[in-house]
Write a protein that binds this ligand. Structure first.
Ligand code: 0WD
Length: 258
C-alpha cells in the first residue's frame, strides 16, 4: 500500500510530460493518491486529459490563475467530484520573456513585475483561499515550487527571483494562517530542469551545464526526484513539517565558491 492511499490531490501546472507537476502527479499516483489535473488553456486540454488518464483519473479541469472566475469554478467542479481535498500542488509561474533576459535593472518594468508576482506568487494564496473549505479538518497540505533565485541573485532569473522570494514568504504566512486548521504549507526549491517554462530563461542550457559541473552530486535533478519529495511533503509522513522550503537540487544550494 502506498503512503498516499486514500488521499485526493489537485495538481496544477501540467503543460507537458517534462513538467515538474507531471513528476509530482506520477509519483503521487504511484503512492496510491487520487489525482485531479488542471490545464491552462484549450490548447493544452487534450494533452492534460490524456495525462490524467495515465494516472487513472478522469478529472482534468481548466484553470488560468489570472482569472478569479476560473479559480472559483475549479473548486466548484472539484466539490462535485470529491467530498474533500487533501493536497494542492501549485506548480505555476510566469513572467514575460523579456523580463528574463539581460540585466535585472534594465529589464524590469512595472507591468513585468506585477505579472510575475500575480501569476507566480499571489496565485498560491488564491488557491489556498479557494480550497480552504474543502481541505478543512483533513490534515491537508499545500505545496509550491520555488528556485534558488528566491534567495540568491541568479543571472537572467531577474524579476522571477523576486517573485519566488514573495512565494517563499507566502509559504510562511499561509502556514501560520492555515496551521490551526491542520493544513501544512511547504515549498520545494528544485534545481534547474529542462521544461517549457525553463526554455524562457536565456542561457538556460549553460545553467544546467554549470550546475552539473559544480553541484555535490555532479548531475542535475529529475522531475521524478522532485515528484518523490513532493509526494512525501503531501503525505502524513511529513506531518511535523510546515512553513519550510526543501531543496531538491542535488545539493547545489550548499555551495559557497562552487
Ligand atoms: O528549472 C526548472 N524548470 C524549475 C522550475 C526550477 C525550480 C522551480 N521551477 C518552478 C517553476 O518556476 C514553476 O513554478 O516549477 C514550477 C513548474 O515549472 P516547470 O515544470 O519548469 O514548467 P512548465 O512545464 O512549463 O509548467 C509551468 C506551467 C506553464 O507552462 P508554460 O510553459 O505554458 O508557461 O505553469 C502553467 C503553464 O501551464 N501556467 C499557468 N497555469 C495556470 N494559469 C499560468 C496561468 N496563468 N501561467 C503558467
Amino acid at each position: 500500500m502506498g503512503f498516499l492511499e486514500g488521499k485526493k490531490i489537485l495538481v496544477t501546472g501540467v503543460a507537458s510530460n517534462r513538467s515538474i507537476a507531471w513528476g509530482c502527479a506520477e509519483a503521487m499516483h504511484k503512492q496510491g493518491a487520487e489525482i485531479a489535473l488542471t490545464y491552462q488553456n484549450e490548447k493544452l486540454k487534450s494533452r492534460v486529459v490524456e495525462m490524467a488518464s495515465k494516472c487513472g483519473s478522469d478529472i482534468a479541469l481548466p484553470l488560468d490563475v489570472g482569472k478569479d472566475e476560473d479559480i472559483e469554478a475549479l473548486f466548484a467542479s472539484l466539490a462535485k467530484r470529491w467530498d474533500g481535498l487533501d493536497a494542492i500542488v501549485h506548480s505555476i509561474a510566469f513572467a514575460p520573456r523579456e523580463q528574463l533576459e539581460g540585466d535585472y535593472v534594465d529589464a524590469v518594468t512595472r507591468e513585468g513585475f506585477a505579472t510575475a508576482h500575480e501569476i507566480s506568487s499571489y496565485s498560491f494564496a488564491a488557491l489556498a483561499k479557494a480550497g480552504r473549505a474543502m481541505m478543512e479538518g483533513r490534515n491537508g497540505a499545500l505545496l509550491t515550487m520555488s528556485y534558488l533565485g528566491a534567495v540568491r541573485a541568479v543571472p537572467h532569473y531577474n524579476v522571477m527571483g523576486v517573485a519566488k522570494a514573495s512565494l517563499e514568504a507566502n509559504v510562511r504566512y499561509l502556514s501560520a494562517s492555515l496551521g490551526p486548521q491542520g493544513t501544512r504549507v511547504n515549498a520545494i526549491s528544485a534545481g534547474p530542469i529542462r521544461t517549457l517554462a525553463a526554455a524562457g530563461i536565456s542561457d538556460f542550457r549553460d545553467m544546467l551545464k554549470k550546475v552539473e559541473e559544480r553541484t555535490p552530486m555532479r548531475r542535475n535533478v529529475t522531475i521524478e526526484e522532485v515528484g518523490n519529495a513532493a509526494a512525501f511533503l503531501c503525505s502524513d509522513l511529513s506531518s511535523g513539517i510546515t512553513g519550510d522550503v526543501l531543496y531538491v537540487d542535488t545539493g547545489y544550494h550548499i555551495l559557497g565558491l562552487g
